[in-house]
Design a protein around this ligand. Structure first.
Ligand code: NAP
Ligand code: ZN
Length: 366
């Protein structure tokens, strides 16, 4: 065995962890820059709880609540400039993956006056300021990953950056903040976490330890399958889904993602399909594509999900994600061109050729 495992985020998981650990904020300075979405911070209750603690601790703060879904380089630059002017000591990201990823970009841009496209070079003249992450969705695991995934309009896709300095220093992970998520977001984000585990487990970068975590993620998804189908999200289920998504973050921090994510970005960019749903749509064809290479692992995935065969994966995804996407030939061509340029495709266990990408896109829409 030969592998590295690195995840420096200090995690506090459970009810009221923000309040219970309020003294910790002070360790990161006297001025916080809060990065959140238009609604997620408020609806989840997390923004109020965090600002109450900051007030109590006499920490000054400024709130940027204009993070868009799938944030663009322009969107994060706007926030980064405000954080720089404000001379923030640290950043607090509150929300789903979009605000958490934006917070990582802001942490870099608050102390580096650079064109946001330079973020993707992953070398920052000045070390980013510390990031505290408070998730309000249960899907991306961004609270424990170094990745920030941004929309690149120049390449008409999404791309990630991140290095060891963009791991959040602290994650406050409290399922109560996920209770306000509507059904569609709950399901789509749960499927995102599932695909992180499946891709990590089947990646050429998988490790014995990341595999243990990945299998646990898939098991928890399988265990909660009926709850997901039946819209039964009581506190216990919410907590399990949040735990599942966080530990799936530990998996992709080691392995990264593979072709599901790479291909899904086109569905999000051009067809406005939410991130998790885009991945769920492609899951069946992905498993079929890699089956001859990784039979045992794919069979384990099916077992843990509690389905009998790959076709049942597709039936399940259709049932819970309720998608209906049509792609014309021009779109298929464009999506394949874009996919083939993405670096994450090289971590796929089976090399992806353009005609494979075409087939996967096309068959996934059936
Ligand atoms: P999201 O884009 O952050 O949020 C989706 C929607 O849900 C938004 O409208 C958001 O509102 C709303 N929302 C969030 N929490 C809510 C709550 N508790 N109650 C009610 N509404 C809530 O969705 P996401 O799936 O969590 O994140 C997707 C992004 O993360 C993508 O850009 C994806 O590429 C990225 N991602 C990152 C990683 C990583 O490792 N960093 C991994 C996978 C995916 P607001 O508009 O108000 O925020
Ligand atoms: Zn994802």
């Amino acid at each position: 065995m030969y592998f590295k495992f690195h995840d420096p985020t200090k995690v506090f998981f459970g009810e009221n962890v923000v309040n219970k650990n309020k003294a910790l904020f002070k360790e990161y300075g006297n001025k916080a820059f809060i990065v959140t979405g238009r609604n997620s911070g408020k609806l989840s209750g997390a923004l109020d709880e965090v600002t109450d603690v900051l007030n109590e601790q006499k920490i000054e703060y400024m709130i940027f609540e204009d993070v868009l879904n799938n944030p663009s380089t322009d969107n994060v630059k706007k926030a980064g400039m405000k954080a720089m002017e404000y001379k923030a000591d640290f950043v607090i990201g509150i929300g789903g993956g979009s605000p958490l990823d934006a917070a990582k970009a802001v942490a870099v841009l608050a102390v580096n006056d650079i064109d946001p496209y330079k973020l993707f070079k992953n070398v920052f003249p000045t070390k980013p300021i510390p990031i505290i992450a408070v998730p309000t969705t249960a899907g991306t695991g961004s609270e424990v990953t170094p990745y920030s995934i941004l929309t690149r309009d120049d390449m008409k896709t999404k791309m990630s950056f991140g290095n060891e300095h963009t791991f959040p220093v602290v994650a406050f992970v409290d399922y109560r903040y996920t209770k306000s998520m509507p059904y569609e977001t709950t399901v789509s984000t749960a499927v995102d976490a599932l695909t992180h585990a499946v891709e990590g487990y089947t990646s050429v970068r998988s490790t014995p330890f990341s595999d243990i975590i990945a299998k646990e993620v898939i098991r928890i998804f399988g265990k909660n399958k009926d709850n997901i189908i039946n819209n039964n999200f009581d506190s216990r289920v919410r907590e399990e889904l949040l735990y599942m998504s966080m530990i799936a973050g530990f998996v992709i921090s080691q392995t990264g993602t593979t072709i599901i994510h790479a291909m899904g970005y086109s569905l999000t960019y051009f067809k406005d399909v939410s991130h998790g749903t885009a991945n769920g749509v492609l899951l069946k064809e992905y498993l079929k594509f890699i089956y001859d290479q990784l039979r045992e692992k794919v069979d384990n995935v099916l077992d843990l999900m509690g389905v009998n065969n790959i076709e049942e994966v597709s039936a399940l995804m259709k049932k819970i994600l309720k998608y209906d996407i049509e792609l014309n030939e021009k779109e298929l061509d464009t999506f394949c061109d874009i996919t083939m340029k993405l670096r994450s495709i090289k971590y796929n266990v089976k090399p992806l050729e353009r005609e494979d990408a075409y087939k996967i896109f096309k068959e996934s829409m059936q």
